[in-house]
Design a protein around this ligand. Structure first.
Ligand code: FAD
Length: 377
């Protein structure tokens, strides 16, 4: 793996760092406490070309790659993890359309998604769980198209999205029945539940979605009928690299806050940074951030090479999300009582980090995927 960044990757990272520090970070606490969708921030990032970074320029993207996207998501997440989560979902919808879409689908959806004129969401999870085998939503043939019927839960950006990437069964009981559809949320029969009140990533508003006999034209099918598993695999691999990068960003922010605090706080006349117990915590935190970042870069670089990436993406997501939780937990510890107050950012980092261990597949689901890849070798 080449660890040297290109000029374009470095430039995007620096620009993301700047906007994160100056514009996202000052609003992050309010977005979190009000559980408010960061619309202005998303519009601003769209103007900077940060939606659909890995989409070619001809479709309105930045024409960069997965490594660039990971660098950018890390920087954005260190300022506001909710905003970074929205950008990450938008990227995964764009990349799925780019990879599996027809020319007409690319023309219809990519320019408005990369410009931020429209927002996307990814709807897999249902009441029965969050895997291909848990899908009960049906897409029954209806003339040239299908009628979509079922419900999804926990869909990030559902309340604000114009298009949903929805997974449904076209031939229940058959081996290859899962199919993917691009569903305009303005279609008759699509509705969203109230926004969830969440532990973390609270600005990346989410809700249930219901599809009540929604008529979809044949042009709504993404990829082939029964080819939904391939779309899902590709989308989840990308989503997991994004979640890993987001976790690294949260961990970095928590580490920086803890270090700053340790260098300013005195108890009994002594700086707490002079205590070995605090130093060891900071050393472990910094090491975990770097380890998580390296695994994230490896997974992103493999995706750019077109290599099989599922195990690398799961390893990165597993290590980075658990590192984020551990680092943010230690940051709360370093701040003591102040770490428990909403006046300090580490309390938010702690809550945001916990969510990263759950969304895009829990840690144990990542372990299952890693083990199955290992045992196949
Ligand atoms: C903030 C947030 C945003 C989300 N955004 C989206 C989104 O945009 N789109 C979407 O489709 N979904 C989304 N999700 C759903 C998310 O992907 C699922 O919640 C997650 O994958 C876990 O699935 P579950 O909630 O059904 O838990 P369950 O599957 O019920 O898991 C419960 C527990 O059992 C364990 N478990 C389950 N199966 C196994 C197994 N086979 N072996 C060992 N342990 C197992 C899990 O690890 C977990 O600890 C989001 C969730 C959250 C919290």
């Amino acid at each position: 793996m080449d660890l040297d960044l290109t000029d374009a990757q470095r430039a995007l990272r620096d620009q993301a760092r700047e906007v994160s520090l100056r514009e996202l970070s000052p609003q992050a606490a309010e977005i979190d406490s009000q559980q408010r969708f960061p619309r202005q921030a998303v519009e601003r990032l769209a103007k900077l070309g940060m939606l659909g970074v890995a989409v070619p320029k001809e479709w309105g993207g930045a024409g960069l790659d997965a490594v660039a996207a990971a660098l950018m998501i890390e920087e954005l997440a260190s300022g506001c993890a909710s905003t970074a989560a929205v950008v990450s979902v938008q990227g995964l919808v764009c990349e799925s359309i780019l990879r599996f879409g027809t020319e007409a689908q690319k023309r219809a959806w990519l320019p408005p998604l990369t410009s931020g004129a429209k927002l996307g969401c990814f709807a897999l999870t249902e009441a029965g769980g969050s895997g291909p085998g848990c899908v009960d939503t049906l897409a029954r043939r209806d003339g040239e198209g299908v009628l979509l019927r079922g419900s999804k839960s926990f869909v990030t950006c559902a309340p604000v999205a114009e298009v949903a990437l929805v997974f449904a069964l076209t031939a229940p009981g058959a081996k290859d029945s899962l199919s993917a559809f691009l569903v305009s949320t303005a279609s008759a029969g699509v509705s969203c539940g109230p926004a969830h009140g969440k532990l973390g990533l609270r600005g990346a508003v989410s809700s249930a979605m219901t599809f009540d006999d929604v008529h979809l034209p044949s042009a709504a099918l993404l990829g082939t009928e029964g080819g939904g598993r391939a779309v899902l695999r590709f989308a989840l691999d990308g989503a997991r690299v994004g979640a890993a990068a987001l976790s690294v960003g949260i961990a970095c922010a928590a580490f920086a806050a803890a270090t700053r605090y340790a260098l300013g706080r005195r108890t009994n006349g002594e700086l707490i940074a002079n205590h070995q117990a605090i130093q060891f915590k900071l050393a472990d935190m910094s090491t975990q951030v770097d380890a998580a970042r390296l695994l994230t870069w490896r997974a992103a670089a493999a995706r750019d090479r077109g290599a099989s990436v599922s195990a690398f993406a799961s390893m990165a997501k597993l290590v980075a999300s658990e590192a984020a939780s551990h680092v943010a937990g230690n940051a709360v510890q370093v701040l003591g009582g102040n770490g428990c107050l909403a006046d300090y950012p580490v309390e938010r980092h702690f809550r945001d980090a916990k969510v990263t261990e759950i969304y895009e597949g829990t840690s144990d689901v990542q372990r299952l995927g890693i083990a199955s890849a290992l045992l196949k070798e």
